[in-house]
Every structure is written in C-alpha cells, then in structure tokens.
Ligand binder design. Structure first.
Ligand code: PRP
Length: 190
C-alpha cells in the first residue's frame, strides 16, 4: 500500500474526459443504440454483454439510458494481468448459457478496444453459438494499438496511445472508481 496516499488524483497526469463529457457521450451512444435496435426488438431478443471487469461502470450507466427491452449478461476476460502490455492470450470465464443467446441480437460492451484480441475472440464465439447478430460498443477506442481488425458499431471516444485509468479502467486493479477518465503518471507504472 502507498503510505503517502492523500488522493487518487495525485497519481494522474491529466483528466482527458470529465464526468460531464462522459455523460454527453453516454446520451449520444444510447440514442444511437436505441435507434439501431428499435425495430429488431419486436422480433428478437436484444442482449447486452458486459465484458468485465473494465466495462462495469460504462454498462451500468449506458443501460439506464436505453429505452428498449434488453437482457444483460456478464462475462469476464483478462489478458493484461498486472502488465501494461497484453499477454496475447485472452482468458474467458463465466460464459453465458449458449441457449439464451441463440438467434439474439448481441451487443458486446467494452470499456476499451486496444489490440482488438478480446473483442475478436468474443465476436467469434458469439457467432459460433448462433447469435443473430454481434455488434460492438466500446467506450474508448485506441486504434494505434490495433493488432487484429475490428469493426466498431458504437464508439464513445477515440484516444491516443496513453495509459488511461478511471470509469472502469484500472492499473493493477486500482483507479477503476474514478468518475472521469485520466492519464496515469508514467512513474506509477514504469
Ligand atoms: C482490458 C479491457 C478490454 C481489453 C482490451 O481488459 O477491459 O477487455 O483489455 O484489450 P485488447 O483490445 O488488447 O484485447 P483487461 O484484460 O485489462 O481486464 P479488466 O477488464 O479486468 O481490466
């Protein structure tokens, strides 16, 4: 533990998205998603899948702005551990019951799209089990780090290649509870 702790903000370089900016982004995304699925919910189940842990705050705020019938599932992936670089292997735990997803319109909800490995693997799995459609919603997109091609359907913000924390994003499991998105000071992780 840091014995000099006063505030989480002491470890931050700068805030890049304030609470107000995030809230407007959520309003915009919720509108886009509602428009996209408004017709299809009359015929098929609409399922949002939260990719834990990072997306827990984003999805909680997003679903409360959606005026649509929807189900929410959670699964857990991890590929970074305590490192700032992806291990290249995506571990998936707690996959939902495949029967509940057959013929559903699935929306994968992520906090950040980086190398693309996590969403690539998940999209493949959901298509294989017979989802009617698989789309992607990510709060942040870091295209500079992409290794696998991914098409994003709903995007919050595009960001540069900086180490970001807050609003679900962590470093070593800390900082997820910051209500805004910030750049972490280099000295904290290097
Ligand atoms: C982060 C993030 C995404 C993934 C994106 O998860 O939440 O799931 O990495 O990276 P990729 O595009 O390179 O696959 P992480 O493995 O750090 O786990 P966490 O969500 O529990 O923080």
């Amino acid at each position: 533990m840091n014995s000099n702790f006063k505030s989480l903000s002491q470890d931050l370089e700068s805030v890049i998205f304030s609470e107000a900016e995030i809230d407007s982004m959520l309003d915009r995304l919720a509108k886009e998603i509602t428009e996209r699925y408004r017709e299809s919910v009359l015929e098929r189940k609409f399922v949002l899948v939260s990719v834990l842990k990072g997306s827990f705050i984003f999805i909680a705020d997003l679903v409360r702005k959606l005026d649509l019938p929807c189900e929410v599932f959670f699964l857990r992936t991890s590929s970074y551990g305590s490192s700032t670089v992806s291990s290249g292997t995506v571990n998936v735990e707690g996959f939902p019951d495949a029967d509940k997803l057959k013929n559903a319109d699935v929306l994968l909800v992520e906090d950040i799209l980086d190398s693309g490995r996590t969403l690539y693997k998940l999209s493949e799995i959901f298509r294989t089990i017979g989802a009617h459609s698989v789309r992607i919603c990510t709060m942040l997109d870091k295209p500079a780090r992409r290794v696998v091609p991914i098409e994003v359907d709903f995007k919050g913000f595009e960001v540069e290649d900086q180490f970001l924390v807050g609003f679900g994003l962590d470093y070593n499991e800390i900082y997820r509870n910051l209500p805004y998105i910030a750049v972490l000071k280099k000295e904290i992780y290097s």
